[in-house]
Design a binder for this molecule. Structure first.
Ligand SMILES: [Mn+2]
Length: 331
């Protein structure tokens, strides 16, 4: 981390980015560092692959972020590119390739495990899988660099941490998330406003969509596994952004008996975004990695192509095998 902070200190030109279909964590982290540098009189550029989901509009991302899908103009030379909340360059394409040859150094700042079967992050990267959020890592960089924590910075860091810990449910049994949150609250931010934007953002259409979708959950392994498919036509019919399906899997995991859940979001003909969640001893990361995806031990995903029945059977069989394994070993 100190080495990376030193590189940020020495860089004259900086690009900050995060994975496509960004979430509150990556967005909050890149914007926090951007505002902190700005408050210290330093310039950096926020360039994301695609547009920001609407629930994050309160951070005014469109005012500060260049979206590569709309504007492919890049600086000819950049000293350092920092990529938050992923260490998988594929999640930044086509931006990542476009930056090759222009960016002298690229470093990932991330809390996901490096994939066994994926591209490896550059040696300059800082990966800390103990961090509950990337926001926590951005906070540490900002402190190390002695940058000011203004209200804008505090709002972004608080958003990042609150989103990724799902309102402090998943803090990896560490007090760090709460400690940083407390410091941000003391700076004077409206936390309830942030919570409302992040978690109180359901629309009437979304409720109608949920009413339809939740009636179609399939259960396996004596109710320990739930599988749900969200149809492209339903998302379209209820006028939902893909981002609005993100919390559905977390709703499933609130079912007490559940050990694991799989959600298939249909993105096109035979194209699916698979999300996996699990609790306790069941680790779903390997299931995601087997089909070209990645993520965390208990929260992983993949983009897959194939007939629904086939991809579903494969994932369900893998998950049932995992559930049976833990039963057998008694762990
Ligand atoms: Mn994250």
């Amino acid at each position: 981390m100190k080495k990376l902070a030193d590189r940020i200190r020495k860089a004259d030109s900086l690009i900050l980015s995060t994975h496509r279909q960004c979430d509150g964590d990556g967005l909050g982290a890149e914007m926090a560092l951007f505002h902190a540098l700005r408050a210290a009189g330093r310039k950096s550029s926020l360039i994301n692959v695609d547009s920001t989901p609407r629930k994050y509009r309160f951070l005014e991302p469109d005012r500060w972020i260049q979206y590569f899908e709309n504007n492919q103009e890049l600086p000819t030379s950049v000293d350092l590119t920092l990529i938050f909340d992923t260490n998988d360059e594929r999640l930044l394409e086509p931006l990542f390739s476009a930056l090759k040859g222009r960016s002298k150094m690229t470093a990932f700042v991330d809390h996901h495990p490096v994939l066994n079967k994926g591209p490896h992050p550059s040696a300059e990267s800082w990966i800390d899988i103990k961090a509950a959020s990337t926001g926590e890592m951005a906070y540490r960089l900002i402190k190390e660099l002695n940058l000011p924590i203004t209200r804008d910075v505090a709002r972004c860091l608080y958003t990042s941490i609150t989103f990724d810990t799902q309102l402090y449910r998943f803090v990896r049994n560490s007090p760090v998330s709460h400690r940083i949150a407390a410091e941000m609250i003391e700076i004077g931010i409206d936390t309830e406003d942030i919570h409302r934007h992040l978690f109180g953002n359901q629309t009437v259409q979304k409720m109608a969509f949920l009413a339809r979708a939740l009636g179609q959950i399939e259960y396996f392994a004596d109710g320990k596994l739930a599988v749900l498919k969200l149809k492209d036509s339903d998302l379209f019919h209820y006028n939902l952004e893909p981002d609005e399906s993100r919390d559905v899997i977390d709703m499933l995991m609130n079912i007490e008996t559940l050990e694991a859940a799989a959600l298939f979001r249909e993105d096109g003909n035979n194209q699916y975004k698979l999300s996996l969640r699990s609790k306790g001893q069941i680790e779903v990361l390997s299931v995601a990695e087997n089909i070209g995806g990645g993520g965390h031990v208990h929260a992983a995903g993949a983009f897959i192509t194939g007939k629904y029945q086939q991809v579903k059977d494969r994932v369900v069989n893998d998950l049932i095998a995992l559930l049976e394994d833990t039963k057998r070993t008694g762990t």
